[in-house]
Ligand binder design. Sequence first.
Ligand SMILES: [Zn+2]
Length: 468
Amino acid sequence: MTDLLVTNGRVVTQNAAREVIDDGAVAVAGDEIQAVGPAEELAADADRVVDAEGGAVIPGLVNPHTHVSDILLRGSFAEDRGLLDWLYNVKRPGTLAMTVDEHALAATLYCIEAIRAGVTTFVENDTEVVWDDWSTIEAKLDVYDRSGIRNVYGAGMVDRGADPEFQELVRDIQAREPGVDHPPLELFVEETDTVVDEVASLIETHHVPDGRQSVWPAPVVVPTTTNRCFREAYALAEEYDVMTTAHVAEAEAEERRDISSIEYLRNVGYLGERALLGHCVQIDAGDVRLLAKTGTAVAHNFMANMRLATGFAPVVAMHDAGVTVGLGTDNSILSDTVNPLSDARAMAGGHKGFHRDPGVVPAQTAFDMLTIDAAAAIGHADSLGSLEAGKQADLVVVDLDHPHLTPCSDPVFTLVHAAQGFEVDTVICAGEVVMAERELRSFDADVGDVLSRASTAAADLVDRTGFE
Ligand SMILES: [Zn+2]
């Protein structure tokens, strides 16, 4: 029995042969894909039929690295800031000033934007966790659950305070914004055992094996994590059959060791198939080799790297070495959107320009980084990222009937180099229709009302935090 049939579409399967079925269909039973093939062969009587009307039918997009709450701080600060200036003068003070309700509102706004951009799975890195109270975390997880899409909550772990030299550096950066209410630098630092126990119980409470919601241990960055915490995080990932993620080698300022961060992580036992490293911008050929050898995956956050001017991650070298790389949007106030298709366009073009080689990061590779490679990077190559029988029924219909997408001889090329993201028409996750004809079906909330409440809350937040 077929519950749902998506038909009359150009089905971009992303299977091993990267097959595109021009007049194709996808049959869904329960939360799984039952069959993929020519429309005429799958014209079974289904309970519900979605007519793709010649649009592209693609796997639900997987965003392997993002941040949610700071979406309310969009546009509230000058552009001319580096990573530490942005982090310590904008993101930290802003997110710390938010109430639980504001975090939930931010999560709602985030999910609406993500769904409308075709995202069905996202990995949040919550880097500002105060562990004695779970109310903010649980308010956000409740929103994600109601959104109808999949989320991984990366539970931030910090168990090492900044060294005196770094503290002085940050104090000088903060002194430039005397009007901002800066939280104390050590606010997030916990004892190693405490943070490991908290993360373990959060996983036990909210990780749903084979469900839409998961929790991963997420050491925030190398300089604020002890070697024991990295080992414990990896051990937790093994114990609960999840992954672990960390920000690694994003900016030069972090790389103040005698050995590279990648080499350090190898020594402490954090590289391997359960590790997903965000960024990896400041790495060399030896580091790339280590990532490949250990099967460690990378989330490339192109737009954030451009906006904070941290540089070009060696994605081409990673691909050549066989490293699995997914494309993340990173912070919703950096990229500055939650929109994998528009980021892919910039990313593919950006690397060509940087390398002065139009052949690098071809459209198929870029599209893989949003789908099958992103799914592999988060440990779900067997269930997500392509349209194949037996996989989870996460699929998106993109309306190709637009002037800027015409003509379209190769949907993958068009999706990467011309689509903007707003052409996403229908989103299905785990067999449930989350959005149809651009109307959200999962949240009860009226979108206009959410946008207006978010604007009001954001203005109040900016005021309270003391941004100029
Ligand atoms: Zn990040």
